[in-house]
Design a protein around this ligand. Structure first.
Ligand code: HEM
Length: 404
């Protein structure tokens, strides 16, 4: 029999950041809809996660009977948190999402391919010149950051502060158990909001063919988007546009380097690039969790979640569920046909708006990287970023030359 404590979702368990999947497996097998002592529920099987996301539940924290996030309660007026479409229910969600959907068409994204290929090749040139470098610093971070900055039409300034702030802001997507972290998140939110307001003012005088200009035009329409909402959508796109894809690329390359037969397979069969990215998303998911709030009793895995409850849908666990992906679910298999059913982008009304863009960036970056450097390998120890949700490496030393 398994000890009850062993079955608790506990990201503070030693070794969790290196490998959360052993813990997820125990939860799927032993307590697939867990009522956590910290006041939220944790859902871990594929079918349950998929149904939960499609059920059209609320995402608004105001529907919580008791907030497990008391620290954030005082932050009502400060920044962009809670005003983006990610945190809104219909009708606000429908209105905000439809504005951005117009710009993120499949066609518009596909047209970015030459630009993305150029950015990747420039990064690979730098890596070739250095011999040893950090994959996150050279490729996985700068690529999505440059692409989303250009799509939005951000002014060409030093982005290091924005990077720092968004790295803190995304901690709001985790269960925050201490006041210090909560305060840091609120401060980052306020500063990023202030920077974004300035950028919007600048853009009002420098309109161009970009997403910021299009959103400002929607704000002028009056009914469509108010000033605070405009800021919140820009912050969401800016942050979601790079804090996630960085992990798709880095976790994918990490998985390949640890599975040399799959690395060889991708080199020999470039036609597998698209399925390979689905498998990376499944195997080591860049976003490990998303959340919902119940407004009426919700039945899952033989249990009933009461109304007003915060529910974490564990995408990272669902993607490893043997019940859906088969007995080899914990193995990387780039030709796995079911990989395309991974739930890394969520599902239902909030399904990721940037999925096509992220897939394209991932495919172009990883396939060009492995073709260009047949000797690609680790040049030191990979370090994890220590995030419960947006999981990825913070240090990823690689070499592109033979070591012998
Ligand atoms: C929402 C994952 C890249 C923009 C989401 C959600 C997830 C997710 C899990 C919530 C879905 C739900 O709760 O059902 C990812 C992953 C990415 C990625 C894994 C990269 C590998 C991007 C990019 C952009 C973006 C590149 C924009 C440029 C958004 C937006 C939403 C969203 C705007 C909110 C949609 C809504 O609430 O209706 N994403 N994302 N994402 N994502 Fe992404």
């Amino acid at each position: 029999m398994t000890d009850v404590d062993e079955l608790l979702f506990n990201p503070f368990e030693p070794g969790f950041f290196e490998n959360p999947y052993a813990q997820y497996k125990k939860l799927r097998d032993g307590d697939p809809a867990q009522e956590h002592p910290l006041g939220f529920w944790f859902v871990s099987r594929y079918e349950d996660v998929s149904a939960l996301l499609r059920a059209g539940l609320s995402v608004e924290v105001t529907n919580l009977a008791e907030s497990p996030f008391e620290y954030f309660a005082a932050d009502e007026d400060a920044g962009a948190l809670n005003r983006s479409m990610l945190d809104r229910d219909p009708p606000d969600h429908t209105r905000l999402r439809s504005l951005v959907t117009k710009v993120f068409t499949r066609r518009a994204i596909a047209a970015l391919e030459p630009k993305i290929a150029g950015l990747v090749d420039a990064a690979l040139d730098r890596m070739a010149e250095k011999g040893e470098s950090d994959l996150v610093e050279e490729l996985a971070f700068p690529l999505p950051f440059a692409v989303i900055s250009e799509m939005l039409g951000m002014p060409p300034t030093d982005h290091s502060r924005v990077r720092e702030l968004s790295g803190t802001l995304v901690r709001s997507l985790e269960i925050v158990a201490d006041e210090e972290t909560a305060r840091a998140i609120m401060a980052a939110d306020a500063e990023l909001t202030a920077i974004t307001r300035e950028v919007i003012e600048w853009k009002r005088h420098n309109p161009a063919d970009d997403l910021l200009t299009a959103l400002i035009a929607a704000e002028h329409d009056g009914q469509v988007l108010d000033g605070d909402e405009l800021v919140a959508q820009v912050v969401l796109l800016y942050v979601a546009g790079h804090e996630t894809t960085v992990n798709l690329i880095a976790n994918g390359v990490n998985a390949l380097l640890r599975n040399p037969s799959q690395l060889t397979l991708l080199r020999d069969r470039p036609d597998l690039a698209s399925n390979a990215v689905e498998e990376f998303l499944r195997y080591d998911s860049p976003v490990q969790q998303t959340r919902r709030v119940t407004t009426s009793p919700y039945a899952v895995a033989g249990r009933e979640i009461p109304p007003g409850t915060f529910v974490l849908a564990c995408l990272g666990s669902a993607n490893r569920d043997e019940r859906f992906f088969g007995p080899d679910a914990s193995e990387l298999r780039l030709d796995r046909p079911e990989a395309r059913h991974q739930v890394s982008f969520g599902a239902g009304p909030h399904h990721c708006l940037g999925a096509a863009l992220a897939r394209l960036e991932g495919q172009v970056a990883v396939s060009r990287l492995v073709q260009r450097f047949p000797e690609l390998g680790f040049a030191g120890k990979l370090e994890w970023n220590g995030r419960i949700n947006l999981r990825g490496p913070s240090k990823f030393p690689v070499t592109v030359h033979p070591t012998a």
